[in-house]
Design a protein around this ligand. Sequence first.
Ligand code: SF4
Length: 322
Amino acid sequence: ASHFLEVKNMRQYFPIRKGVFKRTVGHVRAVDDVSFFIDDQETLGLVGESGCGKTTLGRTVLHLLKPTEGKAFFMGQDVETMLSDNPRGIRQKMQIIFQDPYGSLNPRMTVNEIVGEAVRYYGLCSKRELDDYISEVLSKCGMLPEHRFRYPHEFSGGQRQRISIARALALKPKFVVCDEPVSALDVSIRSQILNLLNELKEQLKLTYLFISHDLAVVRHISDRVAVMYLGKIVEKAPKLEFFGNPLHPYSHALLSAIPVPDPKRQRQRIILEGDVPSPANPPSGCRFNPRCRYAMERCKKEEPPLVDVGNGHFVACFLHSK
Ligand code: SF4
């Protein structure tokens, strides 16, 4: 049986152009041969440092950026084919919530116009029912019907993110890419927004790809976790398996940065040395080798494959494969 969403060997390479004639002199390999699946009503948390390609991957899965190679299948059907057959149909079912609720809402439109614009475009309800429909969606997202007549700048960051969520969910999607939806918000309101996303997921039977640089946030919201480093997935596992038995040295470093309530159980902080190498010129062999304290000779030459170590757990590291 096919998965709800399946991504196969996806690549997103951006050309680097130089000189007067803008000749292509190389490529930034932002997403480099990534495969994963998400089951119906599941949340996959995609985690990694900024610049690792996770945002590009989210956009490429939705085909907001055309993949250089590879395919995404939504409920068993090729997204590219669905887009050419019926672009509105598939665009409505796959939505995105952005990190920045300040930049993603048009400041000159009222909340009513912001939410209503897309609902009208997709013809999801009649003109007569539109106001009631918008009020209902807003209240699901914790806003009041009278907020409809106000402008984005009149709201706090948390409320603006609620409006962005309402705009996406008003379209009755089935799959939502949440791209760092709480990173721009105050710590005090992050859990409110995460809880809202969780409640809406239950209520509306949604499936999420949840992108974040913060493993604590990913732990709160995900069913499974995938760790990305320099354009590649280096580890993926069900949440409890991942947090109980992380295997990749990069995952260890990310995990050591999360504070835990009991200081005796705090892992020793692993400070990663060196900067993140450029995805235009990634290190040969294992891309993590210049920063890995376990790096062996072969790690500089060979690329470790992502191997199945049981319990739905996959890792790309020679410490865990032959
Ligand atoms: Fe470190 Fe080698 Fe494993 Fe890469 S393959 S993470 S360099 S031990």
